[in-house]
Design a protein around this ligand. Sequence first.
Ligand code: BTN
Length: 250
Amino acid sequence: MTSADSIIGQKIIRLDEVSSTNNYAANLIAKKNPIEGTVILALKQGSGRGQFDRDWLSEPGKNITMSVIISPGFLPVHKQFMLNILASISVVDVLTSLFSMDVKVKWPNDIYVNNKKIAGILIQNFLLGSNIRHTIIGIGLNVNQEVFPPELHLATSIYIEVGRRVDILITESKLIQELDKNYHLLKEDEDLLRKIYLSRLLGMDEQRRFELSDRTLEGRIVGIDDYGRLKVEEKGIVHTYDHHMIRMIL
Ligand code: BTN
């Protein structure tokens, strides 16, 4: 693909400090017609946001905290999980190709290595009727952070996993390239993107234990449905679960 075809990374905004790159991106969207593919990177976030209204804590200057604005008007709302797929396989493939790490997606879009979380993704969609007008893909990737506060005992970084400090700029530029490549793939071959996702999914086709609200389940992930819900086979029967219903026990 030539750089003339690139969408993601057409414009890069680097900030020393911001409350949250996702908030910054949302402000650009509110001001109307942001340039599609704008990437916002910050050295420090004052109040980085995670999933479920949690905070995202990241030591300033050591990690990647980035948001990308895309305008996937071609994507109907019911296919919005494709955006989680796009973001998560992009992160996995960057870590695999640059650092040969054995990284997987913990459904739906946490990035795990050695049973620890190395990156998180926060997606916000802005709808227009039954289509998606704009999306903010927020990615927090732990790069050179050496220690994490005790409450983040499941967190890790590239530094911790590969045992050396790595180049943040090279990593973020590879991530932008990978997001761009997969955004094109989303337009061209959605099924392939879904297949790639399943091949990167932690526990796919393996017997695993899961926690439901009322019991523990022993089963095998057999895929996801069109809405991104997890399909788990238990004693020959396939059940489908929403995000809040099930948690894989690591
Ligand atoms: C998660 O909870 O796993 C999602 C974390 C997402 C964090 C990133 S850091 C860049 C962007 N800006 C934010 O405020 N959050 C996302």
